[in-house]
Write a protein that binds this ligand. Structure first.
Ligand SMILES: [Zn+2]
Length: 330
């Protein structure tokens, strides 16, 4: 593994509290008349999770071979914990009655790597406070700023704009598990104001990047959703656009080298450069609500199929320094 390709910069962040996972208990037989019925599936890959314990305030059930479960709960909201061998424990909130509750849990083994997830999704590289997830909550509109680069006056070549457009179309659905299509793209000389909600602006400005970090090649104003701006230092460095869109979609620099990653200097040689570990863990982000915390404790106030959680604290900017050539295969 090569030494650090991307250098993370100071991120201004909120704190992160602990969860309150209750211990699983021995499940009774499924109640004859249950107010809540649902199916437990594998996050990202899909398919049933059998033999997991579901515990809501002491009322417990076990998922069947087809992932189905039933709980007899009083009407109202309940905190529920899903646990068992082979899955990452998850705590979230549900509302009873519910006849078609969809729950998922991340299987351990396979691509799932907790330490890598903490670095990639929660800015955990090198220690410090783990950040809550900030996935996009609605389809973003991307504005490619087609004005000449301000420092040199150089026009942005059409093929460069086409390359950026294609990177957006591929990367957004890839990392969001198809939740967002990446097809709202405008090439414009009149982009909206920076950080307009629902927008991502991509532009070239050597002086602006230099102000943030003398040796950086690009930066993103934030990590994650709601609004973002990506700035490239030089036009030829636009090949790193997939990496910058990774930041836009909520990914940090996994500097620990726990898995090959395009968000570090060990991605795939060909676009879109992301590794199978990048894609799996990014898609896990998009299976969870904003503010979700390590590893699978959904924030109070978020109810599956119901209300959204309060917006988490924002992080940014994140500054990226690239090698002199595109990332090499691992
Ligand atoms: Zn970066």
């Amino acid at each position: 593994m090569k030494a650090g390709w991307f250098a993370a910069c100071g991120l201004v962040l909120g704190s992160c509290g602990g969860g309150e996972p209750p211990a699983p208990t021995t499940p009774p037989a499924p109640p004859a008349s249950a107010s809540v019925r649902g199916v437990l599936t594998r996050t990202v890959e899909g398919g049933p999770v059998a033999g997991a314990t579901l515990n809501a305030g002491g009322v417990t059930a076990r998922s069947a071979a087809d992932g189905s479960f039933a709980l007899d709960l009083p009407a109202g909201e309940h905190r529920i914990t899903v646990s068992g061998p082979g899955i990452v424990e998850r705590t979230t909130s549900i509302r009873a009655p519910n006849g078609a509750l969809a729950l998922d849990a991340i299987p351990t083994g396979g691509p799932w790597t907790l330490d890598f997830y903490r670095e990639l999704a929660r800015n955990g590289a090198g220690g410090g406070d783990l950040q809550p997830l900030i996935p996009w909550e609605a389809e973003p509109t991307f504005y490619i700023d087609a004005r000449p680069e301000p420092t040199t006056g150089a026009e942005i070549p059409a093929e460069t704009i086409d390359f950026v457009r294609e990177a957006i179309r591929i990367t957004v659905p890839l990392l969001s598990a198809g939740r967002y299509r990446g097809e709202r793209i405008e090439v414009t000389r009149e982009p909206p104001a920076d950080m307009t909600p629902g927008t991502v602006i991509l532009r070239w400005n050597t002086a602006e990047v230099s102000e943030h970090a003398e040796t950086a090649n690009a930066f993103a104003y934030r990590v994650g959703g709601d609004a973002n701006v990506v700035v490239f230092r030089h036009i030829p460095e636009t090949w790193a656009v997939h990496h910058e869109i990774g930041h836009v979609m909520g990914l940090y620099h996994p500097l620990g080298g726990l898995r090959p990653s395009h968000m570090w200097y060990s991605g795939e040689l060909e676009p879109p450069h992301f590794t199978e570990w990048d894609i799996f863990h990014a898609q896990a982000i998009y299976a969870r609500p904003p503010g979700n915390k390590d590893v699978d404790v959904d924030p109070p106030g978020f109810v599956i199929g119901g209300t959204a959680a309060a917006a988490p604290t924002r992080a940014g900017p994140i500054v990226c320094s690239f090698p002199e050539r595109p990332p090499q295969g691992h």
